[in-house]
Write a protein that binds this ligand. Sequence first.
Ligand code: FES
Length: 100
Amino acid sequence: MEVRVAAEGEIPEGGVKIIQAGSLFVGIYLVDGRYYAIEDRCSHDDGPLCEGDRDGLTVECPRHGATFDLRTGDALTLPATVGVETFPVIVRDGDILIET
Ligand code: FES
């Protein structure tokens, strides 16, 4: 299912927008001109992942510091051992959409 998450230009370069779609929370990032959408729920203990700091294509959970790859959702460092979901991003007719 496609979900509209923002208007094109709404998310600044280097920024993130967190949206809710049903029970799902997703952070949509714009990094170096590309969009990435990742589940806003840490696999370690359900922390608000996308409220953490981003360094390049890595985001750090603000609760206990686990890091995740924005492209794949893979867990890169402990205490997380399991990845989180990522979603394809589509830019169409001035809208940003994700596929959930
Ligand atoms: S809840 Fe994210 S590292 Fe613990």
